[in-house]
Design a protein around this ligand. Structure first.
Ligand code: GUN
Length: 312
């Protein structure tokens, strides 16, 4: 069996084109201004540069005002908090996203302090304690974009959630924890696994829906997967070691050839061999990543409507 490919790229493009863009146009003509998104980027993390560029491009594409607010790598925590305060007061910005990770020089706990400073009504990442708390209680909130995008994908691909066993590997605040709660709110039976879980493969084999969000290239191999299960790969790992690339792709595979040309390849947490066992699988790239951005657009539109007082 070869798993059905869950094409997040195509779904995200359709949501942005057919649903978000027309609603943004309607908002703009009704309120005389477009929804505004401000993205804060501190320093020059190469992966963040790419993510932020993609977010800005999508924002412009759906008709937002999308502004990049850069701070240098040696900015202080006070500089970052000051910028967030200014954006909290801005009339033209409905959404604020501070790209993580922040430079290590800002000290431990800096990201949490910065996220805490974002006005909850502009918190389009869903990272503030107010929005996290509301999400935990299953009340309306701005919810983290990656888990929201995964739910959207499962629902639109008609993969049943209620009554199914979902296993989430990874317990981050950005993906693992909110993912588990959103699946719970849709009546899945949910198990959360992490680095201290004994016999991880055996636990994962119980999953009807397996979410891999740990950041370890190819961790989830075929022995982790119940035949026919849906596997969602949240990993975005850049592999630069030939031995790792050779473990993931067989000799003659086009992606191994690409690795040898470029010296790196982007892979998920799920080993490609899982496609022979799973019923459905999200690819990397082109799976969860584009949906995260589509949900950011959706959250920004929601935030804009709420601020403009036009409800849904
Ligand atoms: N870094 C990696 N993923 C994310 C995300 O969803 N939001 C922010 N702000 N930073 C990230």
């Amino acid at each position: 069996m070869t798993a059905r490919v869950l094409d997040g790229q195509a779904l995200a493009a359709r949501i942005q084109r057919e649903e978000i863009t027309p609603q943004v146009a309607e908002f703009t003509s009704r309120h005389g201004r477009p929804p505004g998104l401000a993205i804060v980027l501190v320093g020059h993390n190469p992966a963040s540069e790419v993510y932020v560029r993609n977010k800005l491009k999508s924002g412009g594409g759906v008709g937002f005002r999308a502004d990049l607010e850069r701070l240098p790598a040696d900015a202080t925590l006070g500089d970052v908090l000051g910028l967030v305060e200014r954006l909290n007061r801005s009339r033209v910005h409905d959404g604020i996203l501070v790209q993580s990770p922040l430079p290590k020089a800002l000290g431990p706990g800096a990201a949490q302090r910065v996220f805490d400073a974002i006005a909850p009504e502009k918190d389009v990442d869903g990272f503030t304690p107010v929005n996290v708390g509301r999400m935990v209680q299953n009340r309306p909130a701005l919810v983290a974009c990656t888990p929201t995008g995964i739910i959207e994908l499962l629902v639109r691909e008609q993969i049943p959630i209620a009554g199914r066993h979902a296993v989430v590997v990874g317990r981050s605040d950005i993906v693992g924890k909110p993912m588990a709660l959103l699946l719970l709110h849709r009546d899945a039976t949910v198990t959360i696994c992490h680095s201290k879980t004994p016999d991880l493969a055996a636990v994962c084999r119980h999953a009807d829906i397996l979410i891999a969000a740990v950041g370890r290239a190819g961790l989830v191999t075929r022995t982790f997967v119940k035949p026919g299960a849906t596997v969602v790969d949240v990993g975005m790992n850049t592999v630069t070691e030939a031995s790792v690339a050779e473990q993931l792709f067989p000799e003659g595979h086009p992606r191994l050839a690409r690795f040898r040309e470029r010296g790196s390849v982007l892979v998920g947490d799920v080993h490609p061999e899982v496609a022979e066992v799973a019923g459905a699988l999200t690819p990397v790239p082109g799976g969860v990543g584009p949906l995260t951005i589509a949900m950011l657009m959706m959250n920004t539109l929601r935030a804009a409507r709420a601020r403009a007082g036009s409800g849904t």
